[in-house]
Design a protein around this ligand. Structure first.
Ligand SMILES: *Cc1c(COP(=O)(O)O)cnc(C)c1O
Length: 382
């Protein structure tokens, strides 16, 4: 094994001739933003995930934020947040002025159900959760807890495209879900997001807040340029260039998911028998994951994990860590709210002892074999 082998990146966007054509055709026309391609992308997206309403946004973070804006969350409110997620899940709460109340994760990286129930107070206004690396959270129990307290549930599905619970797509199990089209995700629009819900009123409200909260859209204006504004909105719209790329990518989703699953299964068959290595997977048979990555938790401490990362990187194998810190341990949150590691043992374990191996469609069967053999060698040496 030598470092002059072809690098295997953790993720690489795949851009086809059709994708290029779709984007260029936007530039040939007169409409560059929030036009027919956005509507078409929203329509095909909601059909793909199974029905309801979809609102395209400039990013997943924007979509998450819009939910809090539309619900009017603010100072004095508490919102339950997963300690183990992308910081965006918590920032979307924090920017509204509400306080994120962090809950540890379970073994599969998803929010701990007992901790969740205990974290609810009279000030709690909502539950935000993530499907950790596309592995569905325990939606049945979470929805029961939320139902008892009448709390809305927002699902961060940024890497959950293709994840289902009993055949129901994530994002449509709670009150709303948000997806990401950042380049490293299942499909990309360069940047972009999608807000989905079965609640028509909520979708309409999100659509208004997304575009300045005008009282009428361009086509609804009888006199050009004349409108009123009925709320305090933002501009979180998606451009036609992004929608054209996203829509074109979405048409290949099935083959992307098939190839991710194949790579994941091949890699797990090569690694699952190794002592001291545990692969994070769904723990319920009802749950289908989206094969975003293979997260392996190692025996040992953070130093050993970091040594593994260094070795794999020296051998040109791309890796990632999701996430390098539980959110409440990140400096901003630690300094603002304080941090007690003892409250987050599972999040600490994943943050400090796991690493993620690539399984994206850019990986060949030979690449998977090489990743496995370099990984074994790294284990022996660290
Ligand atoms: C990538 C990601 C986000 C942020 O998505 P953007 O589209 O970049 O805003 C949020 N949550 C999770 C879980 C993610 O993986």
């Amino acid at each position: 094994m030598s470092a002059d082998q072809k690098p295997i990146p953790f993720a690489r966007p795949s851009i086809t001739k059709e994708d290029r054509h779709a984007v260029l055709s936007v530039l040939d026309g007169p409409i560059l933003t929030h036009g027919p391609r956005c509507s078409a992308f929203e329509d095909s997206f909601i059909q793909t995930v199974g029905g309801g309403y979809a609102v395209s946004t400039s990013s997943c973070t924007a979509a998450l934020h819009l939910f809090g804006i539309a619900k009017g969350f603010g100072p004095g409110d508490e919102i339950i947040a997963p300690a183990m997620s992308h910081v965006a899940t918590a920032h979307a709460i924090e920017v509204t002025g509400a306080r994120p109340v962090f809950v540890d994760c379970e073994e599969d990286g998803n929010i701990d159900r007992t901790g969740l129930e205990k974290a609810v107070t009279p000030a709690t206004k909502a539950i935000y959760l993530v499907h950790f690396l596309g592995i569905p959270a325990a939606m049945k129990e979470i929805m029961e807890i939320a139902g008892r307290r009448n709390l809305p549930v927002l699902e961060d599905c940024a890497v959950g495209l293709g994840s289902t619970v009993n055949g129901n797509h994530v994002g449509l199990i709670g009150d709303a879900g948000c997806f990401s089209f950042y380049p490293a995700k299942h499909i990309t629009a360069a940047e972009g997001g999608m807000f989905v819900t079965r609640d028509k009123e909520l979708a309409d409200s999100i659509r208004q807040y997304r575009g300045f909260h005008y009282d009428r859209t361009l086509i609804e204006r009888k006199l050009p340029g004349i409108y009123d504004v009925t709320g305090c909105g933002v501009n979180y719209r998606m451009s036609e260039l992004q929608a054209a790329l996203g829509g074109s990518q979405l048409s290949r989703l099935k083959s992307v998911l098939d190839s991710r699953r194949r790579n994941f299964e091949q890699l797990s068959s090569l690694l699952e028998t190794i002592d001291g290595v545990s692969i994070v997977r769904p723990i319920r048979p009802s749950d289908q994951q989206s094969y975003y990555t293979m997260c392996v938790v190692l025996d040992g401490d953070r130093k050993r994990r970091d040594g593994m990362l260094r070795f794999l990187s020296d051998q040109a194998i791309g890796t990632s860590v999701h996430y390098p810190h539980p959110i409440p341990r990140l400096r901003y949150y630690r300094e603002k709210y304080g941090y007690d590691a003892a409250e987050f043992p599972n999040a600490e374990r994943i943050a400090d002892r796991s690493l993620d191996l690539p399984v994206g469609p850019h990986i060949s069967e030979d690449d998977v074999a090489r990743i496995a053999s370099v990984f074994r060698e790294a284990l022996r040496r660290t």
